[in-house]
Design a binder for this molecule. Structure first.
Ligand SMILES: *Cc1c(COP(=O)(O)O)cnc(C)c1O
Length: 392
């Protein structure tokens, strides 16, 4: 290729794919890869899931898009099912994670505006956070490489230390409106908030009349072995943003909220052209059919435990390559790399396993939730070879 027509905002691996099937991707190099990247936690049901594919093609023959000027029955149904399965009473659908977080931030402002406390508008966020790439969400995330060159930055975010309740309390002021965090930080090093920390934040929010907003764009939709990660901690947020796995590869995002908070929005407060269209909603409903089947999440829990055990085994076998102090929850797994994590990711790719990296030199695994025990064994053999190739 002599000229690049794509904007130079990505460093891409020299690899593309012709098709996918279940947990596998097939490269243009003729090789079969274990897809433990899943498009960064998106292809939660692997590739070409028969139930989801059927729902998509059926709906594609009937109706794709009508706009939110009309009732969309598939959207009403998905909203009802998400509310039945969670803390929420109301849902706003959009297309991307950043939009769902943006919706949460806008809803927070409207909520305090209509409850006649417009002086409350600031949000407490955390070190290592990632909330998306819009101007507001890069400011909420605060990552230097995401903010570089985009000044002036959106104001209104105060940064606490992830896991440190006292640091949050110290930041609460008369103009604080909300606390926003990922229950498991993805980009920020696969750091899981403890149940104690989440419960402590809920108490602090109640004590000071703040909203607790969870960004479950990555940790949601079965990724940690619960439908949403907060369910491990037995707490209820006020607002929850989600996306990635909800459409299993089709762009679907949602902002969930309680009745009380949702009444911040009135007709015209917020909108979207594409969000919640019939095609996206048919896919979202099909994904939920799979996630909510009685044995599905328990199986995610047991297979992810087994995968973690195998990874710890590899860390003990190759202590100069990987560390045994795994992070994350369920199928959101961080393995500390001893050599640079990019080297590990490359070595694994050469041995047919696709993984992501994350901060703190983590190798991040986001396998499809349909992974079986036998496939863990296969993948462990491949990863073993990848680790061995790094011994000098
Ligand atoms: C990926 C991600 C986002 C942004 O989602 P986009 O669909 O890329 O806009 C926001 N928050 C978290 C926690 C994410 O992992």
């Amino acid at each position: 290729m002599s000229k690049d027509y794509l904007m130079p905002s990505y460093n891409r691996a020299p690899l593309s794919f012709t098709h996918g099937d279940g947990i596998y991707l097939y490269g243009d190099d003729g090789r079969q890869y274990f897809d433990f990247t899943t498009g960064i936690g998106v292809n939660s049901l692997g590739h070409g899931h028969p139930h989801v594919s059927a729902a998509l093609t059926e709906q594609a023959k009937k109706l794709w898009h009508v706009s939110n000027q009309y009732r969309i029955p598939q959207q009403e149904r998905l909203a009802e099912r998400l509310c039945e399965a969670t803390f929420a009473d109301r849902v706003f659908f959009s297309n991307t994670g950043a939009e769902a977080v943006e919706c949460a931030l806008k809803l927070t402002r409207r909520y305090f505006d209509v409850t006649v406390k417009p002086e409350r508008w600031r949000t407490i966020v955390f070190d290592g956070a990632f909330h998306g790439r819009t101007l507001a969400t890069i400011a909420a995330g605060g990552g230097e490489k995401y903010m570089d060159g985009f000044a002036p930055h959106i104001d209104g975010f105060d940064r606490a230390i992830f896991g440190d309740l006292a640091s949050v309390r110290k930041l609460i002021r008369d103009d604080t409106a909300a606390i926003l965090l990922e229950p498991v930080q993805g980009e920020g090093g696969v750091r899981a908030a403890s149940d104690d920390f989440l419960q402590g934040l809920r108490k602090l929010a109640d004590e000071f009349g703040l909203l607790l907003i969870l960004d479950e764009v990555q940790s949601g939709n079965g990724r940690t072995g619960q439908l949403y990660c907060y369910q491990w901690a037995n707490i209820q947020p006020d607002i929850l943003a989600t996306a990635k796995g909800l459409g299993a590869g089709f762009p679907v995002a949602a902002c969930l909220a309680t009745e009380r908070v949702s009444l911040g929005f009135v007709a015209g407060s917020h909108g979207t052209t594409f969000g919640g269209n019939p095609l996206a909603m048919a896919v979202g409903n099909a994904v939920l059919d799979v996630l909510l089947a009685p044995d599905f999440l328990p199986s995610v829990q047991s297979v992810s435990e087994y995968l973690r055990k195998c990874l710890v085994g590899l860390a003990h076998k190759y202590p100069t390559v990987l560390g045994p102090a795994l992070r994350g929850r369920g199928m959101m797994i961080g393995v500390p790399a001893i050599v640079p994590n990019t080297l590990v990711a490359e070595a694994l790719r050469h041995h047919n396993v696709l993984v992501v990296t994350a901060r703190d030199n983590m190798v991040r695994l986001l396998p499809p939730l349909i992974l079986s025990m036998a496939q863990v064994d296969e993948a462990t053999i491949a990863m073993d070879a990848g680790c061995a190739s790094l011994l000098s």
